[in-house]
Write a protein that binds this ligand. Structure first.
Ligand code: HEC
Ligand code: HEC
Ligand code: HEC
Length: 112
C-alpha cells in the first residue's frame, strides 16, 4: 500500500516543474521589447527589438535601468542618430563592447 501511495509524487513533481517553474521565470525576467519608433520611419522598415535575455546574461539590471533606459516599454525616445552618437544602445553597440550599427548588422536589431 505504501509503495502505491508514493508513486504519484514523481509525476506530480515533474508536472510542477513543467507548469509552475517556467511561469515564474517568465515573470522574473523581462522578455523581448519591440521598441517604439519616434523618428520618421523608412516606410515599413522593421522596428528594433531589444532582447533582454542576452543582455541579462552579461549585465545586472542597474547597468541600464534607469540611467540609460526608463523601465517602461515605449518611454525612451531612441533614434538612430542618438545611437550613432553613442547614446542609448550606442553606449555599448559601438564596435568595442558589442557589435556596432553597420550595414551588415541592421537586421540584428531590426527584425521582421
Ligand atoms: C544596436 C541596435 C541597432 C542597430 C545595429 C541598428 N539600429 Fe536602427 N534603430 C535602433 C533603435 C533602438 C531604433 C529606435 C526604434 C525604432 O525606430 O525602430 C532605431 C531606429 C531606426 C530607424 C528609424 C528612424 C531613426 O533614424 O531613428 C531607422 C530608419 C533605422 N533604425 C535604420 C537602421 C539601419 C539602416 C541600420 C544599419 C545600418 C540600423 N538601423 C542598425 C537600433 C539599431
Ligand atoms: C542592456 C540594457 C538593459 C538591461 C541590462 C536590462 N534592461 Fe530592462 N529594458 C531595457 C530596454 C532598452 C527596455 C525597453 C525600453 C523602451 O521600450 O523604451 C527595457 C524595458 C524593461 C521593462 C519594461 C517592459 C515593458 O513591457 O514595459 C522592464 C520591466 C525591465 N526592462 C526590467 C528589467 C530587469 C528586471 C532587468 C534585470 C534583470 C533588466 N530590465 C535589464 C534595457 C535593459
Ligand atoms: C550595457 C551594454 C549594452 C547596451 C546598453 C545594449 N546592448 Fe545589446 N548587446 C550587448 C552585448 C555585450 C551583446 C552581446 C555581444 C555582441 O553580440 O556583440 C549585445 C547583443 C545584442 C543583440 C544580439 C542578440 C543576438 O541575437 O545575438 C541585439 C539584437 C542587441 N544587443 C540589441 C540592443 C538594442 C536594440 C539596444 C538598445 C535598446 C541594446 N542592445 C543595448 C550590450 C549592450
Amino acid at each position: 500500500m505504501t509503495t502505491i501511495k508514493r508513486v504519484p509524487i514523481a509525476p506530480l513533481l515533474a508536472l510542477f516543474c513543467l507548469l509552475v517553474l517556467p511561469g515564474q521565470t517568465a515573470e522574473a525576467e523581462p522578455g523581448d521589447v519591440v521598441l517604439k519608433r519616434f523618428s520618421p520611419s523608412l516606410g515599413d522598415f522593421a522596428p528594433a527589438t531589444f532582447p533582454h535575455w542576452i543582455h541579462i546574461m552579461q549585465y545586472k539590471c542597474p547597468a541600464c535601468h534607469d540611467a540609460l533606459f526608463k523601465m517602461k516599454a515605449g518611454s525612451n525616445r531612441i533614434s538612430m542618430r542618438d545611437i550613432l552618437a553613442g547614446k542609448f544602445c550606442g553606449k555599448c553597440h559601438n564596435g568595442k563592447i558589442a557589435f556596432a550599427s553597420t550595414f551588415t548588422t541592421c537586421n540584428r536589431c531590426h527584425r521582421k
